[in-house]
Design a protein around this ligand. Sequence first.
Ligand code: XMP
Length: 516
Amino acid sequence: MIHEKVIVIDFGGQYNQLVARRVRECNVYCEIYSYRTPLSEILSMNPKGIILTGGPNSVYEEGAATCSRKLFEQGIPVLGLCYGAQLMAYVLGGDVKRADKREYGKTVTEFDTSSFLFQGLPDTSVTWMSHFDAITRLPHGFDAIAHTASTPVAAAEDTDRQLYMIQFHPEVLHTQYGSQMLRNFVTDICGCSCDWEMGSFVDEQIKIIRDKVGNGKVLCALSGGVDSSVAAVLLSKAIGKQLTCVFVDHGLLRKNEGDEVEQVFGPDGSYELNFIRVNAASRYYNRLSGVTEPEQKRKIIGEEFIRIFEEEANKIGRVDYLVQGTIYPDVVESGLGGESAVIKSHHNVGGLPEHVDFKDIIEPLRNLFKDEVRKAGLKLGLPANLVYRQPFPGPGLGIRIIGEVTADKVRIVQDADAIFRDEVAKSNDNPSWMPDQYFAALSNMRSVGVMGDERTYDYAIVLRAVKTVDFMTAESSSIPWEILQTVTNRIINEVRGVNRVLYDLTSKPPGTIEME
Ligand code: XMP
């Protein structure tokens, strides 16, 4: 079960995860490590190839991120990208200098297609450049294999030592043949046989879990979201009824969501596991009654979740392992894998309960990107509507209802949200405006309207729909006017208690995606 591995050494560039994803798209397993990782550790993993990422420094600055010259003397193919390319040139005795002008954006580039790196490509295509420094003299043994109008060394190679450098970013989609270049590197240069695929990942994980768990008992907090669902199914395939999933329906889920989760995982579903659904809506509404401050609401929702989870765990008795749906970006973003700053401060509702006694945590998806988790879910037979579900925050509708949460407000926002999702889903040709996350929220504003001959004084629903790559920044999505009008008309006609619908155009920053 040892896969060929390509290692990405991270110098702090913004596209580090993208590089690893592109390599995995070639069915080659790939992991990201910080440039601070000792060379001996990198070599002990026996990589078939190494890729050095971009980064914010200049190689000649004092204290700049660097690497040992020995890295290039191991006979392992190395590809440097942007900063990684400059670093390779600098460490091996070439010159890197600040250019007169920054080269930025889509740039016409000419290639020597006799190089293994560029074989099968046209002589000229567009690449994505983003650099101030440039390689002004190549180290001994290197030849330039690409250039642009202003950069004589857009790429270079030393075929004897199997060292390659690319000044642009092949990992971003703006580089026309970027994926093909990375594929050429991992297949033709590193000689990888491309045997990493989801089916074998799933089979391997099942075996690893069985070996680890033995006869032990495992507990999983199931939210109905993609990650915890895929983790639960994987565990269920591995250990069946030794797994208990606790699903807390806090009454703040989307319309029918609790029942949908139960249909998949409950006694009538297709998986063998112990499923406990805790219907805690009234308990939550009681605790949230009169509470209007957003952080306090979040705290109450989280605390109550842990309390319920603990109560259920205590009923089960001794638990050996707890399952968590941690995925690879969580590992990298929490600063454990690569070089990124700690970005994430969000937590799923609950986190880890403190008083549940367990031996160890199982994180079967720890090495997967989100799209890979989805593929694993499909392999495991999860329904597509669950696998492709948009993200939904742990505190649920609690942070989409501004101010106090009541059962009636939950009903309003659930009904409005269901209509919005229904209408967007009808445009199923995946248009460019298709939001990455969209929902209805309930404002705390009531205003005067007229319905028939009657004066109304009702709530305003806010529609929120964003395009985003990483959920850290976002733009409002340009949903066609007609769709927004249909949604508005339907909400006002079908949802009692609403007489106005507003569309939120705020980007993030300064807005956040959720309302509270
Ligand atoms: P914001 O509102 O911070 O949201 O722009 C960014 C992304 O994170 C999700 N989100 C959460 N997810 N627990 C979660 O599991 C939370 O407390 C939470 N708050 C926000 C939000 O849905 C969006 O995708």
